[in-house]
Design a protein around this ligand. Structure first.
Ligand code: XUL
Ligand code: CO
Length: 437
C-alpha cells in the first residue's frame, strides 16, 4: 500500500513557542498531569465516520473531500485499503484510540448474511492494524439510521421486522467490537424519536427501545463482553424529537426500565447545546448519577441551529469538560472522542491533521488548566464553604433525615428568622477562572 499521507510524518510535540502548524503546542503525550500522562488522561479517539467516510457534501452541493487513497467505490477491497490509510493517519497523529459504526468500515451487501461477511473481511484488517500499531478501539456501534429500512427508526420502528433486523445488526456489531477488544459500545438513537405525534404510539416505542437495550445487556453478558455500554443523548436531528433528548431524559429512561447501572452516558458537546443546555450542565447531571462515561468532543456554531460537528477549540469549554472528568477521578473506559468533521471548504488531507491537532491541543490546555484550578483549591473551597450550613447543626440533621416538619417549625419559631445569606460571588469566580486561562 502506498502511503496515504506521504508528506506528513509523526506529529511532534514542540511546545507553546513553536510556529510549526503540524506540531503539538500543548499535547505532550508523556507529560504527567494530575498523576497520569496526558495520553492516559485524555484518551483521544479519532472517529471513522467523519474522518474517513465523510465526503463533505452539504444539502446544496456535492462532496469536496480529496482522499487519494479512496477509489470512491463501495467495494470490500476499497474498504480494506481505507483501513490502512486510517491507521496511518491515527498513528501519525499519535491518538491511542478510534471509534466506528459497522457501516463506516464495511459496505452493506444485498442480504444481511453478505453484509456480515463484508464486515468480517474488514474486521480482519482492522485487527491486523490494531496489532501492528497498538491503536485500540474506544467504542464500536451500529449504524441504525442511514439505510432507508430505518426510515421510522430501528428499535422504535412501527415495523416489527425492522426491529428484528436492527437487533441482528446490533448483535453482530457487539460481537465485532468484542473481537476487536473494544473498551465500550455506544447506543445513539439515530432515528429513535418521532417527526409527528399524530402517527406515533410513544409508550409502545419506548417499551421497544428498552426491550432492545435489555437484549443487548443480556447478550453482552452471554458472550463475556466486558466493555462499557453507553447511551448518547441528542434532542433532535434527524427527527424532530429524539427520545434520548438529554442526560436527564436518558437517566430517567434507564431508571424507568431498570437499566440504570448497565449504561453510562456518552455526552456530546454540540448535542448539549442543541438541547438548550451547556456541556457543563450535562456533565454535572451525568456525574451526579455516577453515569458520566465518555465524551464526544465537538462544537456547534452559535449562528447555526444544527449539529455542525466542528472541532472544539474553545479553551473555556475544554477546561469545563476536564474539570468534570478530573472531579470524577478521570476516565475509566471512556475518552475524548472527536465526533467532529472538517468544513466543506477544508477538503485536503492535511486539513484532517490541522483539525485534530487543534482539538488535541485545546483539550491538553483544558486538562492543564483544570488540574491547576484543582491544585489551587480556591474554587472547590468556595463551593464547600457555600454549603457549610449543611455540615453541622440543623443542616446535618436534615441531610441525615433525622428531623421532621414539626421539629423544623419549632426550630424556626424559636429562631424567628433564617440566618443571613452570603453573596454567590459569580463575578469573583469568573475572574478566578480567568486567572488560569
Ligand atoms: C450523531 C452522533 C453519532 C454518534 C454515534 O449526531 O453523534 O455519530 O456519536 O452513532
Ligand atoms: Co456523537
Amino acid at each position: 500500500m502506498p502511503s496515504a499521507f506521504p508528506n506528513i510524518s509523526r506529529i511532534p510535540f514542540e511546545g507553546s513557542k513553536s510556529k510549526k502548524p503540524l506540531a503539538f503546542k500543548h499535547y505532550n503525550a508523556s507529560e504527567l498531569v494530575d498523576g497520569k500522562t496526558m495520553k492516559e488522561q485524555l484518551r483521544f479517539s479519532v472517529v471513522y465516520w467523519h474522518t474517513f467516510r465523510n465526503r463533505l457534501a452539504d444539502p446544496f452541493g456535492a462532496g469536496t473531500a480529496i482522499r487519494p487513497w479512496d477509489d470512491g467505490t463501495e467495494s470490500v477491497k476499497n474498504a480494506q485499503n481505507r483501513v490502512h490509510a486510517a491507521f496511518e493517519f491515527i498513528e501519525k497523529l499519535g491518538a491511542p484510540f478510534y471509534a466506528f459504526h459497522d457501516r463506516d468500515v464495511a459496505p452493506e451487501g444485498s442480504t444481511l448474511k453478505q453484509t456480515n461477511k463484508n464486515l468480517d473481511a474488514v474486521v480482519r484488517v482492522l485487527k491486523e492494524e490494531q496489532k501492528r500499531t497498538g491503536i485500540r478501539l474506544l467504542w464500536g456501534t451500529a449504524c441504525l439510521f442511514a439505510h432507508p429500512r430505518y426510515v421510522h427508526g430501528a428499535a422504535t420502528s412501527c415495523n416489527a421486522d425492522v426491529f428484528a433486523y436492527a437487533a441482528a445488526q446490533m448483535k453482530k456489531a457487539i460481537e465485532v467490537t468484542h473481537e476487536l477488544g473494544g473498551e465500550g459500545y455506544v447506543f445513539w438513537g439515530g432515528r429513535e424519536g418521532y417527526s409527528t405525534l399524530w402517527n406515533t404510539n410513544m409508550k409502545r416505542e419506548l417499551d421497544h427501545l428498552a426491550r432492545f437495550l435489555h437484549m443487548a445487556v443480556d447478550y453482552k453478558k452471554r458472550i463475556g463482553f466486558k466493555g462499557q455500554f453507553y447511551i448518547e443523548p441528542k434532542p433532535k436531528e434527524p427527527t424532530k424529537h429524539q427520545y434520548d433528548s438529554d442526560a436527564a431524559a436518558c437517566l430517567n429512561f434507564l431508571r424507568e426500565y431498570d437499566l440504570i447501572g448497565q449504561l453510562k452516558l456518552n455526552l456530546e458537546t454540540n448535542h448539549a447545546t442543541l438541547a438548550g443546555h451547556t456541556m457543563q450542565h450535562e456533565l454535572e447531571v451525568a456525574a451526579a448519577a455516577d453515569a458520566l462515561g465518555s465524551i464526544d468532543a465537538n462544537t456547534g456554531d452559535p449562528l447555526l441551529g444544527w449539529d455542525t460537528d466542528q472541532f472544539l477549540t474553545d479553551v473555556y469549554l475544554t477546561t469545563q469538560c476536564m474539570l468534570a472528568i478530573l472531579k470524577m477521578g478521570g476516565f475509566r473506559t471512556g475518552g475524548v472522542n472527536f465526533d467532529a468533521k472538517v468544513r466543506r471548504e477544508s477538503f485536503e488531507p492535511v486539513d484532517l491533521f490541522h483539525a485534530h491537532i487543534g482539538g488535541m491541543d485545546a483539550f491538553a490546555r483544558g486538562l492543564k488548566i483544570a488540574a491547576a484550578i484543582r491544585r489551587d483549591g480556591r474554587l472547590v473551597e468556595f463551593v464547600k464553604q457555600r454549603y457549610s450550613s449543611w455540615d453541622s447543626g440543623i443542616g446535618a440533621k436534615i441531610e441525615a433525615g433525622k428531623i421532621n416538619l414539626r421539629e423544623l417549625e419549632a426550630y424556626m419559631l424559636k429562631k424567628g428568622e433564617a440566618a443571613p445569606n452570603s453573596s454567590g460571588r459569580q463575578e469573583f469566580l469568573e475572574n478566578l477562572i480567568n486567572e488560569f486561562i
